[in-house]
Ligand binder design. Structure first.
Ligand SMILES: [Zn+2]
Length: 230
């Protein structure tokens, strides 16, 4: 299957025309309006982003608060429902423990992880669920330093099994930024964030309604800092 055919944006756009997209935009607003129990967070997208960055600041200063929270109470409170205020698309890399580096605990973040933090149809579906059903008001696509997936895509060598399936969705970043690993990783986070905003009619409707913000970030392994990319 070619990269073109694998692109969720192309297939979805051909399926959903402008009229359908407008209907979804309206139903998104209705959905949020008629189900306030699910649109739980009172945070604006900007306030949600600030909460994430504040948490990262505590992580960098080694002043984590989330570990002081009573986990048994948090588990109890979230047994029947979850109300994450933000969603994160991060790499599967073991050095990027999303909840820890944003100092968040049970029920706060809806995290989707895949090597290279790329937007496959399954990832888009997950994030649509996090936003439209659970009420997250922010999505951060988080690239990171020394990303093995981006490194492999730059090298483009034969690899065992299905690892090379990651090459196609990372291709645009490598084409745009060249062989510099950090530049390609930053470009990829921005490209995937844009792809989410544009390829998903559900997420695009959330952005249009002012209920959602999609941002890209870059995590520095050495300093622990998350930098917002614009
Ligand atoms: Zn990675």
């Amino acid at each position: 299957m070619s990269a073109q055919h694998r692109c969720p944006g192309v297939s979805r756009r051909s399926f959903l025309n402008g009229v359908a997209a407008a209907a979804i935009a309206a139903s998104f607003t209705d959905f949020v309006a008629i189900r306030p129990a699910l649109a739980q967070t009172a945070l604006t997208p900007d306030a949600a982003l600030q909460r994430m960055m504040d948490g990262n600041g505590r992580y960098v200063r080694q002043r984590l608060q989330s570990f002081n929270e009573d986990l048994s109470i948090l588990r109890q409170d979230t047994e029947e429902k979850q109300e994450p205020f933000a969603a994160v698309l991060s790499c599967a890399d073991s050095r990027v423990p999303v909840e820890i580096l944003f100092d968040q605990s049970i029920g706060h973040l809806f995290v989707s992880r895949v090597a290279g933090n790329v937007t496959t149809p399954e990832i888009i579906a997950s994030l649509e669920y996090g936003v439209a059903v659970l009420g997250a008001v922010l999505i951060m696509v988080l690239g990171h330093a020394n990303c093995g997936a981006v490194k492999a895509a730059i090298a483009g060598k034969d690899v065992p099994g299905q690892i090379s399936a990651l090459y196609a969705p990372l291709r645009a970043a490598v084409d745009q930024a060249g062989p510099d690993l950090e530049a390609a990783t930053r470009a990829n986070a921005k490209i995937q964030a844009r792809s989410l905003s544009e390829a998903s009619t559900v997420l695009a409707a959330g952005i249009k309604a002012g209920r959602l913000k999609v941002v890209a970030g870059y995590y520095d392994l050495a300093s622990g800092k998350v930098e917002l990319l614009s």
